[in-house]
Design a protein around this ligand. Structure first.
Ligand SMILES: Nc1ncnc2c1ncn2[C@@H]1O[C@H](COP(=O)(O)OP(=O)(O)OP(=O)(O)O)[C@@H](O)[C@H]1O
Length: 269
């Protein structure tokens, strides 16, 4: 528990898991969106969260950096209790990179400026250091030649790679991805997934809400299947995607692979 006013709980605990979620509940009015979620993400682990629309995946992710206030329960990030009202939440958030479905770039700034501005404002880096870091991160996502482009001059996939580079420029300990490829034309998805795969290979801790089953199968250490605001099952990709033990998971996966079946009617379980 944080000591009120000290911000002490925001200090990373080297031995603590990257994320711990305990008995998390979230309601919007009478709608209970998270109905008691428990899970842990180890450092360096890549966890994909899958599940039907409305199952609470985005809400769970948004509770991790307190973009949503949980109704009850506990979230710890590197040992810092995010859900404690007295925690220094800005300090915790500085260690968490977040990538959304929509890229949320500043339209009036170039790619390079989109990366330098938050570093200067939030981390207080001087212009030369922020520019050096920005160029390094743009190179990491394969966009060195686009540093002077404005978002409107970039494809959706390139904008998303700038958004990933922007998050990386803040030196996060942990990256949250909320359906990062859902808004992209199919031919642009591969480049974004390749960047995410390289981050995973480098040991970045990643919690990824996605419908990209090939990414989940090939890159995730663990897959969590959510439905109705609870975790129905979790385990290795080979288990959850390859041989799910729960009927609700099987039904979801078959509807995902055969969208025509989803239009015909209810899943039957
Ligand atoms: N701010 C909000 N106010 C009211 N209801 C909300 C709010 N945010 C989410 N919801 C509702 O909570 C439920 C779960 O939403 P959430 O976005 O977490 O689901 P999801 O599993 O990520 O779905 P999708 O795959 O469609 O993004 C939905 O019914 C949604 O309409």
């Amino acid at each position: 528990m944080a000591k009120p006013g000290t911000g002490a709980a925001a200090e990373p605990d080297a031995g603590a898991p990257a994320i711990e979620v305990r008995d998390l509940h979230k309601s919007f009015g009478t709608l209970e969106v998270l109905a008691g979620v428990d899970f842990t993400v180890a450092r360096g682990e890549v966890v994909c969260v899958i599940g039907p629309s409305g199952s609470g995946k985005s809400t769970l992710l948004r509770c991790v950096n307190r973009l949503e206030e949980p109704t009850s329960g506990t979230v710890l990030v590197a040992g810092a209790e995010v859900t404690d009202p007295d925690v220094d939440i800005d300090k915790v958030r500085r260690g968490i990179g977040m990538v959304f479905q929509s890229f949320n770039l500043f339209p009036h700034l170039t790619a390079l400026q989109n990366l330098t501005l938050p570093q200067r404002r939030v981390l207080g880096r001087d212009k030369a250091e922020a520019t050096r870091v920005a160029r390094e991160r743009l190179a990491r996502v394969g966009l060195t030649d686009k540093e002077s482009s404005y978002p409107a001059q970039l494809s959706g996939g390139q904008q998303q790679r700038v958004a990933i580079a922007r998050a990386l420029a803040m030196d996060p300990q942990l990256m949250l991805f909320d359906e990062p490829t859902s808004a992209l034309d199919p031919e642009l998805v591969g480049d974004v997934l390749a960047v995410m795969r390289s981050l995973a290979d480098e040991g970045m801790t990643m919690l990824v809400v996605t419908h990209e089953m090939s990414f989940a199968k090939e890159v995730a250490d663990r897959v969590v299947f959510m439905d109705g605001g609870v975790i129905v099952e979790e385990g290795s990709p080979a288990h959850v995607i390859g041989a799910p033990s729960h009927a609700r998971t099987r039904s979801f996966l078959s509807r995902l692979l055969d969208p025509a079946a989803a239009r015909i009617g209810p899943s039957g379980d």
